[in-house]
Design a protein around this ligand. Sequence first.
Ligand code: 6PG
Length: 504
Amino acid sequence: TFSKIGVIGAGSMGSNMAMLFVENGFEVSIFDVKPANIDNLQSLFDSPESGLAKELHARVRSFKEYAPFIQSLGGKDTPKLLVFSIPHGGAADKVIADIRGWLGEGDIILDGGNEWYENAERRQRELQPHGIAYLSMGVSGGYQSARRGPSISPSGDRRALDKVMPLLERFAAKDAKTGQPCVANLGPAGCGHYVKMVHNGIEQGILGIVNEAWELLYKCLHYSLDDISGIFAKWNEDGELRRNFLVEIGAEICGRHHPNGPPSHVVNEVQDKVVQDADDSEGTGIWSVMEAAKRHVSAPTIASAHFFRIASSDRAQRLQVVENLGEDIGAARKQHLDEAARTGFVENLRLAVYCACLASFAQGLNLIARASNDEGWGVDLASCLRIWREGCIIRSEYIADLLQPVLEQERGVTNILTLKPVGEEIRRTLPHLRKVVGLAYEWNAHIPTLSASVEYFKYCAGKHLPSQFMEAELDYFGAHNYDLKSEGAGEVKKGKHHFEWKPA
Ligand code: 6PG
């Protein structure tokens, strides 16, 4: 067992985790390649928001050099537990190369960054023969959860995982109802990072959905921001969107005024561009979309939210296009509805948001199941739901209550749309999503994610898709071959029949 933890990376996640670790009885040494991050630590610990008891400050020792940092953990021959909270890719590789000489048998690295799973697996392969366990560890919930207890998705060497699991169970967020820790051993190799990547994909989907709901309420129905704050707070209180993290913080954001000066909402000052960090260019959003495409998983809610976001980021180009077209064709139109119609719309919107969130979850879980089958990980989808119950960005209590029990029963399922209780929920709420999408088109609101979700359900539940015509076109120019209707459902495999369509 370990009594000391070495944290590498003193950014907001690393420093908040360090505080959580000392509160749980560990001595913590923290290192950062950027001296400024170490210099900032003391004022962070001292700040009233940190909530760190004064007597615990001395239990966190900070370092700007590797040698004394490693020494503080017992030196080369003592098994060490290291937690990485650093950017993925080259940065993490560099840290491993820098400390490699001090690492040996029995050491465990918990990489809590948003890492690409194949990088994680490469490191496992390189370090494992030397007795060093590199564990892939998704950590969700942002820096606030890092402080109170994040949602954790670990994977890798079984023995090393068994060693750290009791400790992760202590740190992890706890389910409000059952007290169960939001962590589970997901399996071998890099599936922990993979599940976190998909979590971020689902997160991107829900961000898009809530964003579109916000525009409908604010720009089309012209509710005030304070009213929207109340609407979101009510949604979050009870029903299908209860304890939905992104709705919950949406309520806070809409209600937040500047503390000083004349009353004004902070959100109104925020520019409309959401950049995907260029230094971090292969982020989890991009990977999720790439993985969905690569593994033949249809994930349009997640992809549309992502493509909307990246288009939003280039504001200069958008303005050029507006100038070229001579008008802002994207401006959402204000509606003049009576109070009853407005209230009715809000209720439709609430259920539409829920229904689209189900689409985002369905797509993400489908991707995890597909990757798990391809890679032989054996990831249990019910465990993912358990991990996501608390402390993470996609926390959605109603959806977790719906999915977790049914996934515990149906272990081998790959697409939750095939599950009875999920089917019932879609039938019940899809009409509301359709209604909202129809009106939103008329009102010229931006609904890439909501509309993609309707289409997703339509084509996933489609008995006769227009793709019979697409198949014929492909066969015309590419001898693609097709199945015959008389041949039944068939496998996911190209057909055997060809027709010479071109008239002789
Ligand atoms: C979390 C978040 C966190 C962050 C991602 C996504 O669970 O705490 O998912 O990891 O949101 O870094 O950020 P980008 O979409 O900007 O990559």
